[in-house]
Design a protein around this ligand. Structure first.
Ligand code: HGY
Ligand code: MN
Ligand code: MN
Length: 430
């Protein structure tokens, strides 16, 4: 009899991996020692459940629960795997991120497999298809700058040459780092064989926002549904502004003689906030700014800053970026600087497969009767894969709604409820 393991027990095993003492929270960039340690944890937990663990040519981990009596021929070509049900998420994090963004979906998938294997053993589950738990690399884009890099490569949503030439802060290319982790860059990119195996993809994820905690869903005691079904993923993009001025000495350069890109950057960041605040539903953020050379007694010669803009309407996102670019040009000119804009990634708003969403609503509400359907402002691999296969999401309540921060949190009982809902969703789809 498979003994089921609580998702909280599985998550507890990750508590010390990739802790960031300077930022707080966790820093687990793709292919860092911390993320590789989590990959090993996942492979060991999957093997303990008798799942066949494989790494595909894009570095995506697949743990296969094959149909009974399936041929031993594993690998993506195994015919019995066609139309499989796939669940999972990511293990990499943002710098100083929370414990749940990504790992909760992976740990919940493993805990749901325990429940489903117990149901198959006692005859209450008869499966018509294989199940796989997938782990996608570089979902956060924290090391190489493009979010959902693994699922974009799989789906053909990024030119592999662009992906492979991306560099991390130390100048390592994604090609070199992939090669150092056993992949062949020449084989990376759209993988129709692997995609052809996916019948449906369902991702469980910590809720990033307070949708489940609004008055609409919570009672006077603050109790509310632990789970929501995903309806859509907000379109989002990332742009890099390079503002160039005149590097100089902080002590010998009079204020009137300066072309200081840091001053231009500061004004631009305020303009970004004002422009987005004036547009209903828009989000625009500058979370990363890198002055060159970055000395205390040095007027910067250049400042790179990254803009993250999101809105339900892709045309509004484009118009916001255009407006902000115009503001940047004016501000830079006034400061005697120049500015260059580079689009680094862009994804349109995604609405999940309606039939799969209805199935998730029916199944999830067995465990969580009042589970609402919520949009998410965060990007996900499920959002990228939606262009190629039917995908859906479940969100688990996060009391504060805070994410991409050490304060991200999920109550144990909500996490357990999320697993039960996921198990029911997967069972009905199997
Ligand atoms: O940026 C995002 O929305 C996601 O967490 N990668
Ligand atoms: Mn995530
Ligand atoms: Mn995230």
């Amino acid at each position: 009899m498979v003994n089921t393991t609580s998702v909280n027990t599985l998550m507890a095993a990750l508590t010390d991996t990739g802790r960031d003492s300077r930022r707080g929270g966790y820093s687990r960039p793709v292919y860092s020692a911390a993320e590789l340690e989590l990959r090993e944890w996942f492979a060991a937990e999957a093997a303990r459940r008798g799942l066949a663990v494989e790494t595909d040519r894009n570095g995506i981990l697949w743990a296969w629960w094959d149909l009974p009596g399936s041929g031993t021929g594993t690998g993506p070509s195994a015919p019995e795997r066609r139309g499989a049900l796939v669940t999972g998420s990511h293990l990499d994090s943002v710098p100083g991120g929370g414990a749940f963004d990504g790992p909760l979906g992976v740990a919940s998938a493993l805990a749901a497999v325990d429940i489903l294997q117990a149901r198959e053993n006692d005859g209450t589950l008869l499966r018509n298809r294989a199940l796989a738990v997938a782990v996608f690399p570089e979902e956060e884009g924290s090391r190489f700058g493009v979010a959902c890099l693994g699922s974009r490569l799989l789906a053909g949503a990024i030119d592999p040459r662009k992906a492979l030439s991306l560099r991390d802060a130390d100048g390592n290319t994604f090609a070199d780092v992939s090669r150092a982790n056993g992949l062949d860059p020449d084989l990376m990119g759209r993988d129709d064989a692997a995609l052809g195996l996916i019948g449906d993809f369902v991702e469980l994820h910590v809720e990033q926002g307070r949708g489940l905690n609004t008055e609409e869903f919570t009672d006077s005691a603050g109790r509310g549904p632990a789970v929501a079904v995903g309806g859509s993923v907000l379109g989002h993009g990332r742009w890099r502004f390079t503002i160039s001025g005149q590097g100089n000495h902080a002590g010998t350069t009079l204020m009137a003689d300066r072309s200081d890109p840091m001053v231009a950057a500061a004004q631009l960041i305020v303009a970004v906030r004002q422009t987005a605040a004036a547009q209903a539903g828009a989000r625009a953020t500058v979370g990363r700014l890198e002055p060159v050379p970055g000395g205390t007694n040095v007027i910067a010669s250049r400042v790179d800053l990254w803009l993250d803009v999101r809105h339900p309407d892709d045309a509004v996102t484009a118009a916001l970026v255009e407006k902000i670019h115009g503001q940047a040009q004016k501000i830079a000119a006034f400061e005697g600087c120049s500015v260059q804009l580079t689009e680094e990634s862009l994804s349109g708003t995604v609405h999940f497969d309606p039939a799969l969403q209805r199935s998730l609503e029916q199944s999830a509400t067995r465990t969580v009767p009042d589970a609402p359907v919520l949009a998410t402002g965060a990007g996900h691999d499920a959002g990228v894969l939606a262009a190629r296969v039917p995908t859906g999401m479940l969100f688990v309540r996060n009391p504060s709604g805070i994410s991409h921060s050490p304060e991200e949190y999920v109550e144990d009982w909500d996490a357990d409820t999320g697993v039960l809902a996921l198990a029911d969703v997967l069972q009905d789809l199997l």
